[in-house]
Design a protein around this ligand. Structure first.
Ligand SMILES: Nc1nc2c(ncn2[C@@H]2O[C@H](COP(=O)(O)OP(=O)(O)OP(=O)(O)O)[C@@H](O)[C@H]2O)c(=O)[nH]1
Ligand SMILES: [Mg+2]
Length: 303
C-alpha cells in the first residue's frame, strides 16, 4: 500500500518537481523567483486562485521569518502545500452503522465502475462484507464489467437487465444486503453530464430510494474525477455539485497524468475532501488520500 501515491505521481513529479527544484537552486529569493514559481504551479494545474494565494502566503512567511536560504523557502512552500490538502481524509466507516451505503457518480468514463470495484476490494480487505450494485443499467457492457470485477474481488454483484430501472437495482441491492448481512453496499451509476437535466433528476431519485430503505443513505456520495482532465475536472465538479449531493471526491488516473496539482485546486475550490486516489487499472490500484505522502511524492527525487 505504502508508496502508491508517490509512484502514481511520477509524471507530475518529473514535470513539476524538475522545474521547482531548478527554480530554487538557480535563483535567490526575489520577485523573479515568486513569479516563476507561480507559473510552474499554474502549469501543474494547481489553479490560478489557489496558486496566487499559496505563493502570497509563502512569500509573507519567508519575509516574516527572515528566511534567506532558498532551501528553507522551499520547505515553507512544502509546508503550505501540505496545509492546503490536510483536510482530506479517507472514508472512515461509522462503526455504529450496520450497513454503509456508498454511491459513485460522475461523467462518462471517469472511472466509476473500476473505482467501485477497487473500493469493494479495499473494504473487503478491511473485513467488510461488500455488495456491488450495478445501477448503471444503460449499457449491457457496464453491467458485465462490474460482474467480472465482482468475481475478481469476491464481492456479490446485484444486477438487473440492461435498460431496467436503476432505482429497482438499488432497492434489490439494499434488500439483499440486509438478508446477507452485508456491511457495505457500493453502488455503481451511469455516467452523466451535469448539463443533462433528466439524468441529474434521476440521481435525486436514486438518493431517495436509498434513503427510504437505509437511514441517511447514501452515507457517501463520491464524485469520481479523472485527473487527466486537470482544471476541467474542477469546473465539471462545480456544476455537478450544484445539483447533486456530493460528500467526497476520488481522483482517478493520477498515474497517467502530470496534472496531479489539481488536488490543491479541488481542496480550495470545491470544499469537499479527496478520499482516495486511483493509481492504475487493477483492483489494488487505489490509495487512501495521505497529504504528507502526496506532498513528499511531488518533491522527492527518484522514479
Ligand atoms: N491508469 C488508470 N486508468 C484508470 C483508473 N481508473 C480507471 N481507469 C481506466 O479508465 C477507463 C474507464 O473506466 P470505467 O471504470 O469503465 O469508467 P466509468 O466511469 O465507469 O465509465 P462509464 O460507465 O462509461 O461512464 C478504463 O479503461 C479504466 O481501466 C486509474 O486510476 N488509472
Ligand atoms: Mg461504468
Amino acid at each position: 500500500m505504502f508508496g502508491k501515491i508517490r509512484d502514481s505521481l511520477s509524471k507530475t513529479r518529473n514535470n513539476f518537481m524538475g522545474h521547482i527544484s531548478n527554480l530554487f537552486a538557480k535563483n535567490d529569493i526575489s520577485d523573479d523567483l515568486w513569479d516563476e514559481l507561480e507559473e510552474v504551479l499554474i502549469q501543474s494545474d494547481v489553479g490560478v486562485d489557489t496558486t496566487l494565494s499559496l505563493v502570497e502566503t509563502v512569500k509573507n512567511r519567508v519575509k516574516e521569518e527572515h528566511i534567506k536560504q532558498t532551501d528553507e523557502a522551499k520547505n515553507v512552500l512544502k509546508e503550505e502545500m501540505g496545509k492546503l490538502i490536510s483536510s482530506n481524509k479517507p472514508l472512515e466507516l461509522d462503526r455504529k452503522r450496520l450497513l454503509t451505503v456508498v454511491m459513485v457518480v460522475g461523467v462518462n468514463g471517469s472511472g466509476k465502475t473500476t473505482t467501485a470495484a477497487k473500493l469493494a476490494w479495499f473494504y473487503q480487505n478491511k473485513g467488510e462484507k461488500v455488495i456491488l450494485s450495478a445501477a448503471d443499467t444503460f449499457r449491457a457492457a457496464g453491467i458485465e464489467q462490474l460482474q467480472i470485477w465482482g468475481e475478481r474481488c469476491g464481492a456479490a454483484v446485484i444486477a438487473h437487465r440492461p435498460n431496467s430501472d436503476p432505482g429497482a437495482v438499488i432497492y434489490d441491492s439494499l434488500k439483499s444486503a440486509y438478508s446477507r448481512k452485508a456491511s457495505m453496499v457500493i453502488i455503481d451509476t451511469a455516467g452523466r453530464l451535469h448539463t443533462k437535466y433528466n439524468l441529474m433528476r434521476e440521481l435525486e431519485k436514486l438518493y431517495k430510494i436509498a434513503g427510504k430503505q437505509v437511514h441517511d443513505a447514501p452515507h457517501e456520495s463520491l464524485l469520481i474525477l479523472d485527473a487527466t482532465t486537470g482544471q476541467n475536472a474542477i469546473s465539471q465538479a462545480k456544476h455537478f455539485m450544484e445539483t447533486a449531493k456530493i460528500s467526497g471526491v476520488i481522483l482517478t488516473k493520477l498515474d497517467g497524468t502530470a496534472k496531479g496539482g489539481v488536488v490543491f485546486a479541488i481542496n480550495s475550490e470545491l470544499d469537499v475532501p479527496v478520499r482516495f486516489i486511483g493509481t492504475g487499472e487493477t483492483l489494488e490500484d487505489i490509495a487512501p488520500f495521505d497529504a504528507e505522502e502526496f506532498v513528499n511524492g511531488l518533491f522527492e527525487n527518484g522514479n
